[in-house]
Design a protein around this ligand. Structure first.
Ligand SMILES: *[C@@H]1O[C@H](CO)[C@@H](O)[C@H](O)[C@H]1NC(C)=O
Length: 140
């Protein structure tokens, strides 16, 4: 049945894109606030080819960018994935570097996540959910 096939395709798509939320440590690194930061200096240099940009501020979601624990090797398939992080507020972050055991995002993004408490809190345990890349504006 055509109708059934469409429904199961949609169910599969939403399963693929809306993963189960997990607790994750989130901290900041002002490296990711640098407009002229160079993707070639991250674990995701592959994004230069995939996206055709090289400066951090050319990423559609800048400065909501950073390292993610899912990226454990250079040019990981998780490079360019989009994550919803929720703490006080909810933000969408483009994963473009490795984050050993934690998300390391820009100070500006962490301030948005924590209602401007990034510096005083340092690290928080937030909820992280991988979402579709369109939420981060990435055309991958
Ligand atoms: C990652 O991708 C970049 C750009 O394509 C390449 O220069 C680099 O050698 C790659 N690194 C690894 C470990 O494959």
């Amino acid at each position: 049945m055509k109708f059934t096939a469409i429904i199961s395709t949609l169910a599969l798509a939403s399963f693929t894109l809306a993963q189960t939320p997990q607790n994750a440590i989130v901290t900041f690194d002002t490296f990711y606030d640098m407009t002229l930061g160079f993707l070639g200096d991250t674990a995701c240099a592959i994004l230069i080819q995939k996206l055709g940009v090289s400066a951090f501020d050319q990423l559609p979601n800048f400065p909501f960018i950073g390292g993610a624990p899912a990226i454990q090797a250079e040019n990981s398939t998780f490079c360019g994935t989009c994550w919803e992080l929720a703490f006080v507020d909810s933000i969408f972050v483009s994963a473009m570097d490795q984050g050993p055991g934690e998300f390391r995002i820009s100070l500006e993004a962490m301030n948005a996540l924590t209602d401007n408490q990034a510096v005083s809190l340092g690290k928080v345990v937030a909820t992280a959910t991988q979402v579709g890349v369109s939420a981060c504006g990435l055309g991958l």
